[in-house]
Design a protein around this ligand. Structure first.
Ligand code: ADP
Ligand code: ZN
Length: 750
């Protein structure tokens, strides 16, 4: 092709005609500001979104084509002569346009490099490669040679293959109880035939035509409304608000069914912790096949397989934690965010983002419906429904007429309600437990604190055992005989003598953790069968499922646990819930402390009396008059939310204003201080619509060995803070030893 000859560098082709190199911008999965330019080899077809391999210095990296192939050299670009070529294209459908725009959008909103967001979207780069063909073996159509000695092991392998599908050497060896060499020996002698196999089974397709439960009344209306949204082929955002047990899941399953019937993909986001085997089984019962799962617990093989199957459109329904949002869906038609109020949707490291908010943005870009589901919606979402930005559907009552549990506040300040010294269960709660066990029913004690005691101190000198890497006390775990830091994972044995005063055996445990509550229960009710439910005692969804089965089979009388236990489990015989320390989440200067405590305790309380037997909830508190406690006791969520909203509106705090945090951290205390102070001095204080607080030492002034300072910037709702922050940060030189992390819409104030 002849060049017009007015711009750029030219090279001479063999024919002597000057042609500019074809070039393309490729986004790399690195924290870079911009895509890089690469030369397109003549034989390569590179549509936007193509996954490619490119050189970067001595390395080879994957990247994604982030624009059209062009033949001009844009101003300031690398000249043709220095351009490196794209090495190859991976055999995959290109990353869809909407997925690429989403990466850019999230990067801009969270003020992260687009490459860092791309790395979340292609979190398993091995998935780009065609999976290796796996060799299976079948019985060859050959008679057994008379001179061949058949060992019992060989015979067993042949018998196994007489009927049944081809299997890998490893599978056959396992089934036959021999080594894989036996299988290979048989293949060498011509008795087995190697055949290529797909390494993993295809994903079965959930069936949108299978009928669900018969829905009536509010459920039917809600389901019809959601089906309509799915059919509309347009962006919408709907809050599905209803008490626990009102059938929200059944209702949003109808939206998923509608999406499947339309032949499109659906995504259900759940907080990781709620992604239970129970939920998956329920989905399977409804749709006849399991959804694809996406969360941190998957093996790398399953991860690769799933990523490819989503990209190919083979997977129709994904249920996943927040990162599932970034999968390269070619035809996403619906996003459901269940438990939308959960703070677990906020990712705090790397790219700091809130998956619920990003889900709405993804729905907007993709022109599809988003459905936010909760029994205790966030103030953010409620403010959006009140402003008319989101629609709202209510499911007012529990399915089957189960009534809400009776909530009693136990006033720990009153002598007759307070527990005895060094004990944690009030006589009121003890009596209720005794009654429950006597009636052959089950109970649950909730304390959101792992371990035995949150603080250990020296009786002689008052010395407190602290983490060497964090501003945090070490938590005693008797179960594992260790002291642990819940922030960095540091663990140590309890020292024999106090490091400060050298007194021996002087350490005392202060305050309760779940292990200590279990000790008290054992003392009070020695015959009670107790199960613990914490992230220390249960690893992964399967372990949780085992405990759940035991509770259902009534092999357990009492569950004691942390918030792992609070999620949607359904126990028909569980009629009593005791909250050991209702005030736990309320201390500290967190903007959402009240809201979060309410959500958590409401959810815990919802575990009681889900079927015919009425439930009772007891909350131990030093602040029975606190609006959170009052709202729980009176079942008056809306009064609480109104109160909470009023307070935030008055202070222009989210959701009625905007907030961003800037966290400066590093190992060198002084370097961190210098950057923080400079940021403080150069803050845009001339802009009167903004409030800037700090720099101040973060409440966790040291975390994992890094010193931390915080700044907060607050502005009116109508003002985007990102450009303001970008200008501000550009004024400050940041040495490489110091990290400045911007957190738009912060949820953690540590
Ligand atoms: P939520 O998600 O609001 O907590 P679920 O959808 O889990 O509520 O419903 C609570 C229980 O009631 C579940 O066991 C569910 O299967 C059952 N259920 C809800 N609606 C119906 C219905 N229309 N017919 C039969 N069972 C239902
Ligand atoms: Zn620590």
């Amino acid at each position: 092709m002849a060049a017009d000859g007015d711009s750029g560098d030219f090279r001479l082709t063999a024919e002597g005609v000057a042609t500019p190199a074809r070039r393309v911008r490729v986004l790399l999965p690195l924290p870079l500001g911009e895509p890089y330019d690469y030369k397109v080899p003549d034989d390569l077809d590179l549509p936007p979104g193509a996954y490619v391999e490119v050189p970067l210095g001595p390395r080879r990296l994957f990247g994604v084509v982030w624009g059209e192939v062009t033949a001009t050299v844009p101003e300031g670009a690398v000249p043709d002569a220095k351009l490196k070529p794209v090495l190859r294209r991976f055999d995959l459908p290109p990353m869809p346009d909407v997925a690429r725009r989403f990466v850019d959008w999230v990067a801009a909103y969270t003020m992260s490099p687009p490459g860092a967001v791309l790395r979340m979207a292609v979190s398993v780069s091995a998935a780009l490669e065609e999976p290796k063909a796996v060799t299976g073996y079948m019985r060859a159509d050959a008679p057994i040679p008379p001179d061949l000695k058949l060992s019992p092991q060989r015979r067993r392998v042949l018998e196994l293959l007489a009927d049944g599908p081809p299997r890998t050497a490893a599978e056959l060896a396992q089934e036959a109880g021999c080594g894989p060499g036996v299988v290979r020996g048989l293949a060498d002698s011509g008795l087995l035939l190697p055949v290529p196999m797909r390494s993993l089974a295809r994903f079965a397709e959930p069936d949108g035509d299978r009928p669900g439960f018969a829905l009536e009344g509010a459920q039917a209306t809600a389901a019809a409304a959601l089906r309509e949204r799915v059919a509309a082929n347009a962006y919408s955002c709907t809050l599905l608000d209803g008490v626990t047990g009102s059938g929200k899941t059944e209702v949003y399953f109808e939206a998923v069914a509608a999406c499947l019937r339309a032949g499109r993909q659906a995504l259900v986001l759940l907080p990781e912790i709620a992604l239970s085997a129970q939920w998956l089984d329920r989905f399977e019962r409804r749709f006849g096949a399991r959804p694809a799962e996406w969360h941190s617990d998957l093996t790398s093989v399953v991860r690769r397989h799933t990523w490819r199957a989503v990209a190919n459109g083979e997977v129709k329904v994904v249920v996943g934690a927040r990162s599932a949002l970034f999968l390269p869906y070619p035809d996403l038609g619906l996003i459901v965010v269940d438990e939308e109020h959960e703070s677990a949707f906020k990712q705090e490291d790397g790219v700091v983002y809130h998956a619920r908010d990003m889900a709405v943005a993804r729905a907007h870009l993709g022109k599809i419906p988003a459905v936010l589901v909760s029994a205790t919606p966030s103030l953010e979402t409620l403010a959006n429904t009140e402003a008319g930005r989101y629609a709202r559907i209510d499911l007012p009552s529990r399915h089957g007429g189960a009534s809400l549990p009776d909530v009693t506040l136990i006033d720990l300040r009153k002598p007759d309600q307070a527990p005895p010294a060094r004990h944690w269960l009030s006589p009121v709660l003890r009596d209720a437990l005794a009654e429950t066990f006597l009636a052959g029913e089950q109970g649950m004690l909730f304390l959101n604190r792992r371990g035995y005691a949150p603080l250990t101190l020296c009786r002689a000198c008052g010395y407190r055992l602290q983490c060497p890497n964090c501003t945090a006390w070490l938590v005693e775990h008797r179960h594992s005989r260790r002291l642990q830091c819940h922030h960095c994972g540091y663990a140590a044995k309890l020292p024999d003598a106090c490091p400060e005063c050298e007194a021996e055996g002087s350490f005392v445990a202060c305050g309760p953790g779940v292990e200590r509550v279990a000790e008290e229960v054992a003392e009070l009710f020695p015959d009670t069968r107790v199960a613990m439910m914490t992230s220390d005692t249960l690893f992964g969804p399967r372990a949780i499922q085992e405990v759940i089965e035991k509770v259902k089979a009534h092999e357990v009388d009492l569950l004691i646990g942390t918030q792992v236990m609070a999620k949607g489990h359904h126990f028909p015989m569980l009629t009593l819930v005791g909250v050991v320390d209702g005030d736990l989440g309320l201390s500290g200067g967190d903007l959402r402390a009240g809201e979060r405590t309410f959500q958590l305790l409401h959810q815990v309380a919802g575990r009681a009396g889900r079927e015919q037997r009425p439930g009772r909830v007891f909350i131990q508190t030093h602040m029975p008059e606190h609006p959170v406690m009052q709202a729980l006791a009176d079942h008056d969520r809306d009064a609480f939310l109104a109160h909470e909203a009023e307070g935030r509106r008055a202070l222009e705090l989210p959701p009625f204003g905007r907030l961003a945090a800037i966290v400066v951290s590093g190992e060198d205390d002084r370097a961190v201080d210098q950057v923080a102070l400079r940021l403080g001095r150069l803050a845009p204080r001339d802009r009167h619509e903004l409030t800037i607080l700090g720099p101040a030492p973060a409440p966790m002034a040291v975390l994992r060995g890094r010193h931390r300072r915080r700044l907060l910037i607050k502005g009116p709702k109508a003002l985007a803070l990102q450009p303001v922050i970008a200008d501000w940060l550009a004024k400050v030189d940041i040495p490489s030893s110091v990290r400045v992390q911007v957190d738009i819409d912060p949820y953690s104030f540590l």
